[in-house]
Structures are given as C-alpha cells and as structure tokens.
Design a protein. Structure first.
Length: 341
C-alpha cells in the first residue's frame, strides 16, 4: 500500500490521505448509483409501447327513437333464400347458370345423367306400340267373332272370351301409355329448373359430381328474388311483447353507420325459435330464443348483399302489448295459400 502511494507521488499525483479517499467514495458511489438507476428507468420507459387514443373508423350505431328495441337482422330475398335440389340422384352432366345469373321460373339450372332413363323411354315407347298392335288384333277378332256368332258358326262363350281379350288388350295399352308418361316425367325431372324468377346466389355443384337428393347442409343451387330485399330480424323473446305490427324500424349496415335505410313491416314469423344468427359478441347469449320479424328494405341504393348482418332499431315508443298480433301487414308469406309466383 505504501509502495503504491510512493509510486503515485513519484509520478506527479498529489498526496491524498486515507480520510480524503473515504470522503470521495462516500459521494461518488451514490452519484454513480443514481445515474445507473436513472438510466434504467429511462430505458424501461422507452421500451414500453405507446397507447394513443384513436377514434373508431365508424361510430357505433345509435337509434333515433325515444324507446327502441335493438336487434340483429339478416338480409334475405323477398322469396326467402330457396335451396334448390334434385328429386333424382345422379351425376351432373350440364350446368346452365352461373353465380349472379338472372333466371325466370322454369329456366333450367342443371341436369342429371339421363342415359339410363332415355333407354328406358325407348323401351316404353316400343311397349306402347306392342300394346296398340295387340289391341288392334283383339278388336279384329272380336268383330270377326260377332259375325260368326250371328251366323251360328261361333259359340256364345267363345265370342265372350274374345270380348274379354279385347278389354284386356285395351287395359294393357293404357298401362303401357301410363308407364311411358312416367318415364317421360322422370326424364323431365332430371333437368332441375328454377321454381321462381330471381337471381342465382350460389352454385355448389360441378360437372361430374354426384348430386344427392334430400335436404343438404349446403344446397346445390341457392336462388331468390333480389328485386326487393327483406331483413329477418331476431328479436329476443323478452323483448317480443314490445314489437307491434306495423312498427317503424331503421337498419344500419354493420361497420358503416352512415349507410342506413328505413324498413317497412311485412309480417311476423309467429313461432319463437332458438337463436341461430350470432354476432360474435363475447357477451352474447347463445341459449336464448327469438321471435323473427320480417321487414322490407325501402332504400334500394344502399349496397347490400344477401346474408349480410344489419343493426336494426324498432320503434317501441308508446307501444302497448296487443292481443291481436297480425302475422302480416304488408303482404302474405311466401308459404301462405294466398301467395303465388
């Protein structure tokens, strides 16, 4: 220690005493620690992400009514979305429409392989010709038998047998013609046609695919009339009593509240069903039941697509529950007896 001190003095360093060194360390160490702490705090603060308040791209939807029933609606066609299927299963050989095609009632949509049915049709046509020839022969034998019976050449019993044979041949001809008509009907059913005038919304069938019969989770062809769109509004059952026939309503496009359209009441679906149209909200209940109310969209300028969700606000101001809950105020349901295409 003394040797180090002597060396420092020899090199020109001032002679500092032991107490002086202790005083210097007493002040320098806290300063260094404070500087390190400050540097650490600044580094941590700078490494944290900045949270800046931003305004949403579109304000949340708001109702203009004093008392409102808020619900979610699903855009659909005025004829409801029609899932077109086939009555006879088979391989698809022709598709006559594309997505977006406009069709009229009776226009072909797609067809099923008809080779086996056409072969059967030829057999049925030949069967009709055979039955016609058999009937002609039976009638000739009957006429001949009547002349012979008049001349006492043919017995009465034999003449009656010829009459029965003619009746049998006539019945066999009718049967052959009925079988021919049945095969022609089957051939016609192999071409699936549009049941109503409208627009093709989906085509989920392709050439060479096997088209099954029955109700499918994904329809082969989906179509409907888009000239006037409807909104199927799901009103939760505890709010159903506040919605009255003819109540005013307003709908806004989800994500763009500037796109609004007035709605006109069409009808109730007077059967409360489990909720199926979900919004994805974390607070949404999926075990609730809803009353479905059909409204017509009045503003055709609002860009809407079938299947799109909308925020719907129904006027419930001064609405008292009514015992007379008319199912329809504007037009009959597509499934009612008074509805025709």
């Amino acid at each position: 220690m003394i040797e180090n001190k002597v060396a420092l003095v020899a090199n020109g360093w001032p002679d500092i005493g032991h107490e002086t060194w202790k005083s210097i360390k007493r002040f320098i160490l806290p300063i260094v620690a404070m500087a390190a702490l400050t540097f650490g705090v600044i580094s941590v603060v700078r490494s944290q992400p900045r949270h800046e308040a931003t305004s949403p791209p579109s304000p949340p939807p708001a109702s203009s009514y004093a008392q409102t029933v808020a619900a979610v609606g699903l855009v659909e066609t005025s004829t409801e979305n029609i899932a077109v299927g086939t009555e006879i299963a088979g391989v698809v050989t022709n598709i006559f429409v594309d997505v977006g095609s406009r069709v009229k009632a009776g226009n072909p949509l797609f067809s099923i392989d008809s080779r086996a049915t056409r072969a059967e049709l030829a057999t049925r046509q030949a069967g009709v010709q055979v039955a016609e020839a058999a009937l002609a022969e039976a009638k000739y034998q009957l006429e001949l038998g009547q002349r012979l019976a008049d001349e006492k050449v043919l017995s009465i019993e034999e003449n009656k047998n010829r009459g029965y044979a003619a009746q049998k041949a006539e019945a066999q001809l009718a049967q052959a013609r009925a079988q021919l008509n049945s095969t022609e009907t089957d051939l016609e059913r192999l071409t699936v046609r549009a049941p109503v005038e409208g627009q093709v919304l989906q085509v989920k069938v392709h050439l060479g695919e096997f088209a099954p019969t029955g109700a499918l989770p994904t329809p082969l062809v989906l179509l409907g009339n888009v000239d006037k769109l409807h909104v199927r509004v799901d009103v939760e059952e505890h709010e159903a009593s506040r919605v009255q026939p003819g109540a005013k309503a307003m709908a806004a496009v989800r994500g763009n509240t500037d796109l609004k359209t007035p709605l006109t009441f069409v009808r109730f679906e007077p059967f409360v069903v489990p909720k199926k149209s979900l919004t994805g909200d974390s607070t949404e209940r999926v075990d609730t039941r809803v009353l479905q109310v059909i409204y017509r969209i009045e503003d055709n300028k609002v860009p809407l697509f079938v299947g799109q969700q909308m925020d719907v606000f129904i006027d419930a101001n001064n609405q008292r529950p009514s015992l007379d809950r008319n199912v329809s105020m504007a037009q009959p349901s597509p499934h009612s007896p008074g509805f025709s295409f």
